[in-house]
Ligand binder design. Structure first.
Ligand code: FES
Length: 89
């Protein structure tokens, strides 16, 4: 199943299917997101989810509180719905 991902504030849109992380889908479609390790360890890809739901295959290195505040790791996150993410400059 495919979901759309909107990146704010630049209003970039790409699609992700349920077998891809958000970061790998973005890279496949030429959308540049910050990253380094792709392993969920460096926090370079950290960004804020404004709308939608993600899931992880492995428990992310984020506290429950950080997750409740909307912080996600796109290199480890899979979309469960359409998403709106905020990418700070
Ligand atoms: S790229 Fe390192 S945590 Fe996502």
């Amino acid at each position: 199943m495919k979901h759309k991902v909107w990146i704010k504030p630049d209003d970039i849109v790409f699609e992700v299917d349920s077998l891809q992380t958000l970061l790998s889908a973005a890279q496949e479609q030429g959308v540049s997101l910050p990253y380094r390790c792709k392993l969920g360890a460096c926090m370079t890809c950290l960004c804020k989810k404004i709308e939608g739901e993600v899931e992880y295959r492995l428990e992310p290195m984020l506290t429950q509180q950080e997750q409740q505040q909307g912080w996600i790791l796109p290199c480890q996150a899979y979309a469960k719905s359409h998403l709106v993410l905020m990418l700070e400059e």
